[in-house]
Design a protein around this ligand. Structure first.
Ligand code: 2P0
Length: 357
């Protein structure tokens, strides 16, 4: 499948401005390992966040020299690293949006979550850019017949920027990766869940406990690549498929005990894969384990179905039903001894939004 389209070339090159807010997401069943061009080794499923967003606005003008020039401002400050990352992304998708070469870009981006908290921003950042490019196509070429077509292409394009970004295009929960029996599931783009999610998951909470905000030593892309020679790689793929199938059932039934088991099993497996790669690496910190033990204790004491998941980093994502938010407040309070950072009180959100400029 591809979206290459040589017809997307301006006859009269316009100037303009377009912006999107796009959220981060937290995977419950993790994407870890890929092949070819951003094809996942296993299906994954994530909750879309509400507060952890990237807000991006792009100004474009006709280019003066037949190849695009790009400036990137993050938090109002020129950022050459992000400019290079975006140029690499734009080069990868030039056959999808050939009009990119007719434009010069000024990109203004900021995150709504605190700066340098170690929260992955590639999902929100790349999905915002994908939406902006599809929006430019929509404004000037009028190619999308339906909203579904627009979002599907945005998800396809976001995946080429960063795998997990393709899931940020949809609100609530989103799945990515072909799975027999799930209509429209694809390795090339994410989609909404094809059924009503159990109401217990409405506004499901994700409180992020920041334990270390330094830049991680092994990038996710490097981590994915190390899965190719991981001796447990094949069994990980079968496990992820089983967890994915079970999670689909849990999201229908609302069985929170089972949800807790799947979420924690996935988080610990993700980090076990890092520890068993060659070379091996550890992204957890001592406090990650201490907080996990405290969560287990608290769950045993109270029977509240609060659990954790981890991203590719040391920070804890505390997952619990909206209706338990007041009780879990005391657990969050007790975790403050492990960190000086404020927790990010996030929850399941509605997905990206166009910015009115
Ligand atoms: C996920 N992660 O499913 C997993 C779980 C981190 C842990 O996807 O190389 O930034 O850009 O496709 O998407 C992080 O990897 O990697 C990730 P690339 P990405 O959310």
């Amino acid at each position: 499948m591809n979206y290459n389209n040589p017809n997307l070339i301006f006859t009269t090159v316009p100037s303009g401005k377009t912006g999107w807010n796009s959220p981060s997401n937290i995977a419950i069943v993790k994407y870890w390992g890929k092949k070819g061009i951003q094809i996942p080794s296993n299906p994954s499923l994530s909750f879309t966040l509400n507060k952890s967003m990237t807000e991006t606005t792009v100004e474009f003008i006709p280019t003066s020299n037949n190849s695009n020039n790009l400036e990137f401002y993050f938090d109002g400050i020129k950022n050459t690293k992000f400019a290079e990352k975006t140029s690499t992304f734009f080069n990868r998708i030039i056959d999808i949006f050939p009009f990119i070469n007719q434009l010069d870009f000024k990109i203004f981006s900021k995150n709504t979550f605190p700066h340098s908290t170690g929260i992955a921003s590639s999902a929100s950042g790349m999905s915002a850019l994908a939406l902006i490019l599809c929006d430019i196509e929509n404004q000037f070429f009028n190619t999308f017949k339906t909203k579904e077509e627009f979002y599907k292409k945005a998800s396809f394009v976001a995946r080429l920027g960063s795998g997990s970004a393709c899931r940020s295009i949809y609100g609530n929960a989103s799945l990515w990766g072909h799975f027999d029996g799930i209509n429209n599931s694809s390795d090339f783009y994410a989609s909404e869940l094809p059924f009503e999610i159990n109401p217990i998951f409405k506004n499901y909470r994700d409180t992020i406990i920041i334990l270390d905000s330094s830049e991680k030593k092994v990038s996710s892309t490097a981590g994915h690549n190390l899965m190719n020679n991981n001796p447990f790689g094949q069994s990980r793929i079968s496990q992820a498929k089983n967890n994915f199938k079970d999670l689909i059932n849990v999201l229908k039934s609302g069985d929170l005990d089972y949800f807790v088991r799947i979420a924690e099993n996935e988080a610990l497996t993700l980090h076990a894969m890092m520890m068993t790669s060659k070379p091996s690496f550890i992204l957890m910190k001592p406090n990650t384990i201490s907080v996990i033990e405290r969560i287990w204790e608290y769950r045993k004491e109270t029977n509240i179905p609060v659990c954790f998941t981890l991203d590719a980093g040391p920070n804890i994502h505390l997952l619990y039903p909206h209706e338990n938010r007041n009780n879990v407040g005391e657990l969050i309070e007790s975790l403050s001894s492990f960190t000086t950072e404020q927790p990010i009180m996030d929850y399941m959100g509605d997905g990206p939004e166009k910015i009115n400029l």
